[in-house]
Ligand binder design. Structure first.
Ligand SMILES: Cc1cc2nc3c(=O)[nH]c(=O)nc-3n(C[C@H](O)[C@H](O)[C@H](O)COP(=O)(O)OP(=O)(O)OC[C@H]3O[C@@H](n4cnc5c(N)ncnc54)[C@H](O)[C@@H]3O)c2cc1C
Length: 285
């Protein structure tokens, strides 16, 4: 029988930081990943848990005063993202991603900070955070620091977060005229962990694409960007020959594995196809 770990429930962020500085505790937000680990069926069960759910300082979605950045508290749930008018207006791809995660029960409890902290290569929001150059803000008794998403997931379920730090918020730039698209391929429409997840971001400038980002989940040990594929698209016009080239490059650039959800071959072929289809949709041919 799994032993239930002791749980500390701070009322303020300062108390949470002090608890983490005193002894290692596993943070718990919605618990949708952590509760599975507590049973000991998957991964190492935590020895001590720090329950973040009452920390209202970690809630809320706001548009920055300058209007060019969305700021999400770490405890923002998928349901809150789905219901947010400002996210729908400025980053609809994130609303789309939130709608594919689990089903209603998971969306009511699961948080953006939990998806980030869990660091699964299949975390559905993570390619969007990579493609949008998001900054993950960590806090502790030592202060706050921002880590670019590109430097945050360092290996299989490893992150740049130190044990005494919490993910406290996420800052996502939302520049005017940038387009972000999201695609997830799973076994079915709900309660399906991704076989492949892809986010594409770009800005159209005089008939060519600029600031192109292509980010993927479930095809490597961590969420990744694909710089060789991005280089094919950067400065190019959205034409069929460009899409053909990008699809060929991405299928060479990634090295997925066979696992219980899919085969490496399937992942490689599907990744190339969904990129090709997205490019075709964007190009309108
Ligand atoms: C049935 C089911 C379906 C699911 N479907 C999907 C899916 O389709 N797509 C998907 O991406 N995920 C899915 N998940 C996984 C999970 O729901 C998400 O990863 C969710 O975002 C986790 O958030 P949480 O708040 O529940 O995290 P928790 O379970 O509370 O925590 C997850 C991890 O992150 C750490 N953590 C949490 N918050 C913080 C913080 N603020 N600072 C530092 N570390 C933190 C915890 O210590 C833990 O290691 C599913 C899970 C279940 C059970």
């Amino acid at each position: 029988m799994p032993v239930e770990p002791p749980v500390v429930t701070p009322r303020t962020l300062a108390d949470a930081y002090a608890t983490l500085a005193g002894a290692p505790h596993r943070p718990m937000a919605g618990g949708t990943d952590l509760m599975v680990q507590i049973t000991g069926e998957i991964g190492e069960p935590p020895e001590r848990v720090l329950d973040l759910w009452r920390l209202d300082e970690l809630r809320g979605i706001a548009l920055s005063a300058t209007g060019d950045e969305l700021v999400f508290g770490a405890l923002t749930t998928y349901t809150e993202i789905r219901r947010s008018a400002v996210v729908a207006a400025r980053l609809p791809a994130l609303v789309e991603a939130a709608a594919t995660i689990g089903a209603a029960q998971i969306q009511n409890r699961g948080t953006l900070g939990g998806n980030i902290g869990n660091a699964s290569p299949a975390g559905d929001t993570l390619p969007i955070l990579l493609a949008t150059d998001a900054v993950i803000v960590l806090g502790s008794t030592r202060g706050e620091r921002g880590v670019p998403a590109a430097a945050f997931w360092t290996g299989y379920r490893k992150t740049a977060r130190a044990d005494d730090e919490l993910v406290i918020r996420v800052r996502i730039p939302v520049p005017a005229r940038r387009v972000v698209r999201f695609r997830k391929v799973g076994t079915r429409r709900a309660q399906a962990i991704s076989k492949v997840v892809l986010a594409l971001a770009y800005r159209e400038d005089g008939g060519v694409w600029r600031d192109v980002r292509v980010a993927l989940g479930s095809v490597a040990e961590r969420p990744i960007r694909v710089p060789e594929t991005e280089a094919v698209l950067e400065g190019a016009a959205a034409r069929e020959t460009v899409a053909d080239h990008a699809a060929a490059v991405i299928s060479r650039e990634i090295h997925p594995i066979d696992d219980v959800r899919s085969t490496a071959d399937y992942r490689r072929i599907v990744t190339a196809r969904i990129l090709h289809r997205l490019l075709r949709e964007e190009g309108g041919w």
